[in-house]
Design a protein. Structure first.
Length: 297
């Protein structure tokens, strides 16, 4: 394999890995105060890409205004999902894991509504302002500025999420609820309000992921499931709750996927990625950057 080909594969892998990491972080945002994995998270990414296509290409709304509108609309959908598919279940111990079925059902509804509204054809979405899909040659490295933008947006947005958790009262309240929901309630923190807020923010972040990924993946109602699975893989490797771990795991998984594409068919490539997840979990059951959950009684 030529050096140019290897670098091109690595660039593609890092770009896709950044997208997978953003999906995993959107899982974490919803998971922290709820211990709920939203099975519709991939479809929220899909909604972000499809709404972006509709607003930017059909309504000709500028990119900056469109992304604000997309994130607001998908956040409202995430909030609605929390109210109808999660809130009533996590309050009942006997239905503690009922969210698996309810959020999965919500995702199926979203897919079917999306197919009815937009169809299943792939659509082109404009790249980030100032970026293009045209390839740039820099020595032996070939890339597009859209790929660079995706990686930078992923790193910057994850840094912002971590800053919110560590340096704001709302973020610290979320961490308190994640540590002990009952103790947080006794200290005047409303877990239900934080659950609503976190689901809305997780949906908005998923929408952002869809907007920045769509120029490379194309907007389609079929992209949600694949991103859901890859997001879960990254979450398992990096460690549930670790956003920086998600970024590291996403970049690693993306590079493995990209480089293996030279020799392996898509089916065997998926087996390889599952093998990577299995090996990591056998060695580190809580992921590379995860930690065992401890609770004092």
């Amino acid at each position: 394999m030529l050096l140019e080909d290897l670098l091109a594969l690595l660039t593609t892998g890092l770009t896709m890995g950044a997208i997978y990491a953003m999906v995993a972080v959107s899982f974490n945002i919803a998971y922290k105060p709820t211990n709920v994995f939203n099975m519709a998270q991939g479809e929220l990414v899909m909604l972000g890409s499809m709404f972006a296509w509709a607003l930017m290409t059909q309504k000709h709304i500028p990119w900056a205004l469109a992304i604000v509108g997309v994130m607001a609309v998908v956040a409202a959908i995430g909030l609605f999902e929390e109210r109808v598919a999660v809130a009533t279940l996590i309050r009942r111990p006997s239905h503690h894991h009922g969210w698996i079925i309810s959020t999965l059902a919500f995702s199926i509804i979203v897919i079917n509504v999306g197919d009815h509204v937009w169809g299943s054809d792939a659509q082109v979405v404009p790249p980030v302002p100032g970026a293009t899909l045209d390839t740039v040659q820099w020595g032996s490295l070939t890339f597009s500025t859209q790929q660079v933008a995706v990686i930078l947006i992923a790193a910057a947005s994850i840094a912002l999420v971590e800053w919110v958790y560590r340096h704001t009262l709302a973020g610290k309240a979320v961490l308190a609820v994640a540590e002990d929901r009952d103790a947080a309630r006794l200290n005047g923190i409303s877990p239900s309000r934080l659950t609503m807020t976190s689901f809305a923010l997780a949906a908005a972040y998923a929408a952002l992921t869809g907007v920045v990924a769509a120029p490379l993946l194309l907007a389609s109602t079929t992209i949600g499931l694949g991103l859901l699975v890859k997001g879960f893989m990254v979450l398992a490797i990096g460690g549930v709750g670790s956003n920086w771990g998600a970024l590291a795991a996403g970049l690693m998984l993306g590079c493995v996927e990209s480089i293996s594409s030279v020799q392996l068919t898509p089916g065997y490539r998926q087996l390889l990625l599952l093998g990577v997840v299995l090996v990591v979990l056998l060695v580190r059951p809580f992921g590379l950057f995860g930690r065992r959950a401890l609770r004092e009684v």
